[in-house]
Every structure is written in C-alpha cells, then in structure tokens.
Design a protein around this ligand. Structure first.
Ligand code: COA
Length: 187
C-alpha cells in the first residue's frame, strides 16, 4: 500500500501508536452513537487487526488518517470489504473520525482520494456504503461523494434483535462510470 496525500491529510498504513488514539475514538459515545455500543480497548484493537489483515490479504482496506498540519492520527477512512456479518458483497467506502475535528470536510476529502485510488482498478465496477437511516452526518458525506440510494440492497443488521432501532440499514452506491464522469459534481 502506498501513502496517499490530500491537501490536508495523509492516508497511510496503520502504526502501533495509532491503537491508543483509535481506542479513544471508539470509546466516545458521540462517535459510536449509531452503533450498538462503544468499543472496549480489546474490541478496538481487534478492529485494527482485522483492517491490517485485510490490507495483507486483499491489498485494500481502510487507511489510517493523519492530519498533516499536526501529525495527529484522527481515525480511518477508506475502501474495504465487509465484516462477515454484513450481508453485502464487494467493496464499501467507510469512515470514523475523532469528534473534535468533525465538520471540516475531512471525511469527504479522504474518501474522494481513496475512491479515486480504488476506481483506478478497471476491474472495480461499484463501491457501496451503508449506515443506519438516522446517521445524518454519514449520509451527508455519501451525498457529497455522489453516492445514490440503492434501496434494493437495504438490510436488517443480523446481529441485532428484531425491533432494535439500529437494525434497519440503508445502502448507497456509486458506479465506476458515474465516478469517472462527474468529478466536478462532487462538492
Ligand atoms: C460521518 C463522519 C465521518 C463525517 O466526517 P466529517 O469530516 O465531519 O464530514 P463533513 O465535515 O463533511 O461533515 C458532514 C456532515 O456532518 C455533520 N456535522 C458536521 N459537524 C458536526 C458536529 N460537530 N456534530 C454533528 N454533526 C456534524 C454536518 O451535517 C455535515 O454536513 P455539512 O458539511 O453539509 O454541514 C463523522 O461524523 C464521524 O466520524 N461520525 C461517527 C462515525 C460514524 O458514524 N461513521 C459512519 C458509520 S456508517
């Protein structure tokens, strides 16, 4: 994997020293508002392990994101696979950033660069993204990137009980042709 630089961000491989700030992000109830629970340090480390393993086996996963001005690790953004429990196939774009730097457009800036990188592979036809319907910030980032609703792919999270408010998930999608055709349309 090679490092990707954007105007304000460095998208790079994970380092051991990212684990502590990533665990702090995953322990923040505001960041994890649309997830069943915050993560323990062990769960956070297991997620890092899964991402690092995916880089090694699939050659693509979520990048560690560093703010260039400060050198600080601020979370992850990138194009990767799905956790085994998720009933979707192919690749997704996803993001999770520290709360104090929300609202600066970092997630779309990083996502744009990783999607350009992913779609440079002519074999990649589609990138998906999913979230719970109430996650307005995440849906807003999808809209900024030009992803469109794909209601036929919506699903109920299989690890949550029926009736749980976080169970219904909505899916968005963008095809390679649309991505390559309309870069100027992405705000
Ligand atoms: C989703 C997320 C990555 C967006 O990152 P970001 O860098 O703040 O993205 P943007 O700056 O483009 O902001 C996107 C929208 O978030 C909302 N937002 C911005 N700052 C916010 C804040 N401090 N509090 C709540 N919402 C905020 C706004 O609606 C904004 O849209 P706008 O630019 O039209 O005003 C970030 O909110 C996050 O990490 N959320 C928690 C993890 C998560 O839910 N991940 C997705 C799971 S599917």
């Amino acid at each position: 994997m090679s490092t990707i630089e954007t105007d304000r961000l460095r998208l790079r491989h994970w380092r051991e020293e990212d684990r502590a700030p990533f665990a702090a992000i995953n322990a923040d109830p505001a960041v994890m508002r649309h997830f069943p629970s915050v993560l323990t340090r062990a769960q956070s480390d297991a997620l890092v392990d899964r991402i690092v393993r995916e880089w090694a086996t699939a050659g693509r996963s979520f990048h560690a994101v560093e703010e260039k001005a400060t050198g600080r690790f601020i979370g992850f953004v990138g194009v990767g696979g799905f956790a085994p429990a998720i009933p979707l196939r192919g690749l997704q774009v996803g993001w999770r950033l520290a709360r104090d730097i929300w609202g600066r457009g970092y997630a779309p800036e990083a996502a744009r660069a990783t999607m350009d990188d992913a779609f440079a592979d002519p074999g990649l036809a589609t990138i998906l993204s999913y979230t719970v319907a109430a996650n307005a910030p995440s849906l807003r980032v999808m809209a900024k990137l030009g992803l469109a609703r794909a209601p036929e792919l919506d699903f109920e999270h299989p690890e949550l009980p029926e009736g749980h408010h976080l169970r219904p998930h909505v899916v968005h999608r963008i095809g390679r042709d649309v991505w390559l055709a309309a870069p100027a349309a992405r705000a």
